[in-house]
Design a protein around this ligand. Structure first.
Ligand SMILES: Cc1ncc(COP(=O)(O)O)c(C=O)c1O
Length: 405
């Protein structure tokens, strides 16, 4: 039985909503994008949402809004997807990688040690959908000695008066930390709706604004809306109103807007996300954990505790005591069973670009340890019981053939 890694969920409801948009006469950013934004705000309980065309563009636009540039430092885990760090490079700031904990997420202890007078932003990443330790992070940036280190160089930075926490929640829409949903856990959060994500719009993302007073999140939404559309002070829909064609360009903005075609998919998916998609993914996680808990070589991912609940994005199994080469050999064997698996993530210092900038893997030992033992198993809506059984069998026989049990 062939098991692909992560096909998107597709059904008639999605097709109908997209077709409705296609025939509506409005296919770019318009009423459906605005509706999806409002739904997301209610869903996660933050203050305002701007939909964009990817998480990457959402992260970058926030770094630029906060005035991050040359001479500044941004802290990010070494263990993440390249997008989380590339945006820092785009802004001309210095990427400061830190190590992870055993739960794959950024180590708060390592973050505390990495803060300098140049630190402007911390980008924690909810790896696999599991929330980071947000209380500790939020407390850290509010500590008097840490605030004293903060040198504000723009009005926005002065207004905040401390390091900004910009959460990369590309994986974690629907995850819960101490009763609150990802999106409302810190200053600003960015979701991804890329094709392989739990909630997809084919490509897309959203910026969840949750800034403390004195910020007015609605006026920041308005500003970011302009920034994400060429710096144009009226969007396409407003310009189409009779007699309203004149507009101004108030800055050299970007082109990051979400289309109503994308938002249509998101609207259908979000309505049934908690009651259907998350339940289905939870059952897959539970089935894998149940099966692999019987294997002495398996390290199961932590995904539910009293305080935290994952969004069940990816199931990150680890195999005890193996080398990176053995892990690769196990993956090769699993593929021979026609089961597609993956690795999340190759830590960024291992890539030629970041290695070429001087980052060394030895400086992030827990990230390397997590990576070299990890195999990501398929989790998606249409994964049947038989397919899960095929995954469990392929993984078990492949691991046991390589580690000679
Ligand atoms: C952790 C993380 N951050 C950011 C992104 C970027 O998301 P997008 O493709 O929507 O830009 C991804 C994409 O896979 C990701 O895994």
């Amino acid at each position: 039985m062939k098991v692909p890694f992560s096909p998107p969920r597709m059904d008639q409801k999605i097709v109908d909503e997209v077709v409705d948009t296609l025939w509506s006469g409005w296919i770019t950013t318009g009423p459906k994008t605005k509706k999806f934004e409002k739904m997301l705000t209610v869903y996660a309980g933050h203050k305002s949402t701007l939909c964009v065309n990817s998480a990457t563009s959402g992260l970058e636009i926030i770094l630029r809004w906060f005035g991050v540039g040359p001479g500044d430092e941004v802290i990010v885990p070494a263990y993440t997807y390249a997008a989380s760090a590339n945006v820092i490079v785009h802004c001309g700031a210095k990427v400061v990688f830190v190590d992870s904990g055993n739960d794959f997420n950024i180590s708060i202890e390592a973050v505390a040690k990495a803060i300098t007078t140049r630190t402007k932003v911390i980008i924690p990443v909810d790896i696999g959908g599991y929330p980071c330790d947000y209380d500790e992070l939020n407390e850290l940036v509010r500590k008097e000695d840490v605030k004293k280190l903060f040198h504000a160089s723009t009005d926005t930075q002065k207004e905040l008066g401390r390091i900004l926490i910009l959460s990369d929640a590309a994986h974690s829409i629907g995850a819960v930390y101490k009763g609150k949903k990802a999106g409302s856990l810190t200053d600003i959060t960015v979701y991804s709706f890329h094709a392989v994500k739990n909630l997809t719009t084919a490509e897309g993302g959203a910026i969840c604004l949750n800034l403390p007073e004195p910020f007015d999140n609605q006026s920041i939404y308005d500003l970011l809306n302009i920034k994400s559309l060429h710096g144009q002070n009226k969007d396409a829909l407003a310009k189409m109103q009779i007699g309203n064609w004149k507009y101004d360009i108030i800055e050299a903005g970007y082109k990051n807007n979400m289309t109503d075609i994308q938002a249509s998919i998101g609207i259908v998916e979000l309505k049934r996300y908690d009651s259907d998609m998350l339940v289905c993914r939870m059952q897959i996680f539970d089935k894998y954990s149940d099966a692999f808990s019987k294997c002495s070589w398996a390290i199961l991912p932590e995904y539910e505790t009293q305080e935290k609940c994952t969004s069940y994005h990816i199931y990150m199994l680890r195999i005890k005591g193996i080398t990176e080469e053995q892990r690769d050999a196990i993956i090769q064997k699993i593929f021979e069973h026609e089961v597609a698996v993956n690795v999340h993530f190759v830590p960024l210092p291992l890539f030629s670009f970041y290695n070429g900038l001087g980052y060394r893997m030895e400086d992030y030992p827990q990230a390397f340890q997590n990576y070299s033992h990890e195999i990501t198993l398929p989790v998606y809506y249409d994964l049947t019981d038989e397919m899960m059984d095929a995954v469990i069998k392929a993984v078990t026989t492949s691991v046991e053939s390589i580690i000679n049990l």
